[in-house]
Design a protein around this ligand. Structure first.
Ligand SMILES: Nc1ncnc2c1ncn2[C@@H]1O[C@H](COP(=O)(O)OP(=O)(O)OP(=O)(O)O)[C@@H](O)[C@H]1O
Length: 469
């Protein structure tokens, strides 16, 4: 991987050492500066991916340099190097935006692992930015998004099938976008000026389903005070979308078959048949072949509906679409909630990429919506997402990074990460009340305070407006 790393330290020996370690073990270009002001000027020129800086320097301290770099180019990642004993300043640096800190004396492996992690995040961030730009350019399918080969294939088929009269059956697990595909087929058809009407076969009680679909005439049943149009009539010259078709009761399956075969239907209580000019699209997350085998779905209706089939894959089989979809939902819910959240931090994106998503795109959408609601900065972070079974979420703590560290250093990292996450969850559950939290955890209040200090955690971040200790 290529990239440019700027190293800043007033001690020339340290600059030489870091230059040698990085140049020998990686392909990154290293530029060293003993004057922070000069390093800042270099960042201003652009093309720098990472700045590694000492914290204690006579002309400008590391924190000030960090703040200045962030105002010049917020896309540059920052790592601070600190002497043992000044850990609090290092924690302050991470609160101000540094990705990680390294304590002196450090091991070669520690530096290299940190650099690898940060540079990986950088490349994910760049990908995210490219995706955000791609989002601006429409694929012609309104809200239906995807760039993976399987989604591109679906877009091509939509373009081919939409202008035809062919009946379509869309299958796939819940939340995979079946309704969006149905809408895209309608909006790309010659029927787009007429209505797209949906009948959700599950949502409507069986006894009113027929009248809902075909309408009824006055006096057809108790309560039928006047003639009522059905959805079939509403959809005339347009598209009728039969969602959850697998749940259509048998009696209506027969009536629907007639409509499909002959283009005719009869309103409930009516004596005459009416003609319908419709395009039919049906969707189901059930395996209709199994329903047929169990005698619950008519085989002839299945073949009438399944002229053209769209099979939508679960989100876990097209993970490449997760960044694009995440940014799409971020934009949507930031607008809905009146918030200015413009990016997703690389760590959060890594977590999003790794989830299983039994609820598919709908589940991802819910996670991002929740994240937007809790996010208080311009960047959606892992902690905003409230994902269950949170694994380690700080740089340098996933198994790929600590595997290469010496045992003691790896252990310290894991323990520090555990402290951070445990205390974070504990204080969250107890609204920042340290006494209550310590009691719940079965530890001394003073000990909890010490752990909080070491982890750079302050109670104010967890207190509601009325919470007093
Ligand atoms: N490819 C996609 N691009 C953008 N949003 C999507 C995509 N797929 C699904 N969604 C969103 O996910 C949610 C669920 O989609 P949709 O209702 O179309 O799924 P479905 O397969 O019809 O679900 P169900 O079987 O539960 O009815 C919607 O909010 C939709 O906007």
């Amino acid at each position: 991987m290529s990239g440019c790393i700027v190293v800043v330290d007033d001690e020339r020996d340290m600059l030489l050492l870091l230059d040698r370690i990085i140049s020998e073990e990686s392909d990154y270009r290293v530029e060293t500066f003993d004057d922070p002001q000069k390093a800042l000027e270099r960042v201003q020129l652009g093309g720098v991916d990472l700045v590694i800086t000492d914290l204690k320097m006579p002309k400008m301290d590391g924190i000030s340099l960090l703040e200045k770099i962030q105002s010049v180019d917020p896309s540059v990642s920052l790592v601070v190097i600190t002497a043992f004993g000044t850990i609090e300043t290092a924690v302050e640096a991470t609160r101000k935006g540094a990705c990680d800190f390294i304590t002196k004396p450090f091991r070669r492996e520690r530096i290299l692992v940190t650099i690898e992690n940060v540079m990986n995040f950088q490349s994910i961030t760049r990908e995210n930015n490219a995706l955000r730009e791609a989002l601006g350019k429409s694929n012609g399918f309104a809200q239906l998004l995807g760039t993976t080969p399987v989604m591109r294939g679906i877009f091509d088929r939509i373009r081919q099938v939409a202008p035809t009269q062919g009946t379509v059956l869309i299958t796939g697990p819940s939340g995979t976008g079946k309704e969006l595909v149905a809408k895209a087929l309608h909006t790309h058809s010659r029927r787009k000026k007429s209505r797209f009407v949906t009948l959700n076969c599950t949502a409507i009680p069986e006894n009113v389903l027929e009248s809902e679909l075909f309408g009824h005439v006055k006096g057809a049943f108790t309560g039928a005070w006047k003639d009522k149009r059905g959805l079939v009539e509403d959809a005339h010259e347009g598209t009728l979308f039969l969602d959850e078709i697998g749940d259509l009761p048998p009696i209506l399956q027969t009536k629907l078959l007639r409509l499909l075969q002959e283009g005719e239907y009869r309103p409930v209580g009516g004596n005459t048949t009416r003609k319908a000019d419709l395009r039919f699209i049906a969707a189901t997350n059930r395996l209709l072949k199994e329903e047929i085998a169990r005698g619950r779905f008519r085989e002839d209706l299945y073949y009438r509906l399944n002229v053209i089939n769209f099979e939508l894959p679960p989100l876990s089989e097209r993970r490449g679409d997760i960044p694009l979809l995440s940014h799409h939902f971020l934009k949507k819910y930031a607008t809905v909630n009146g918030k200015t959240i413009t990016s997703i931090c690389p760590l959060a994106m890594q977590r999003l990429m790794a989830l299983d998503y039994p609820g598919n795109v709908r589940e991802l959408e819910n996670i991002i919506e929740r994240g937007v609601i809790f996010c208080q900065t311009e960047t959606l972070a892992t902690q905003d997402l409230f994902l269950d079974n949170e694994p380690p979420d700080v740089p340098g703590n996933d198994s790929r990074s600590w595997r290469h560290l010496p045992f003691k250093e790896a252990k310290d990292q894991m323990i520090a990460s555990f402290h951070r996450q445990y205390i974070d969850a504990l204080l969250r559950d107890n609204n920042g009340n340290v006494s209550r939290a310590a009691q719940k955890a079965g530890i001394q209040r003073q000990y909890l305070h010490r752990l909080m200090k070491e982890s750079g955690i302050v109670t104010d971040d967890y207190k509601g407006p009325n919470e007093l200790e």
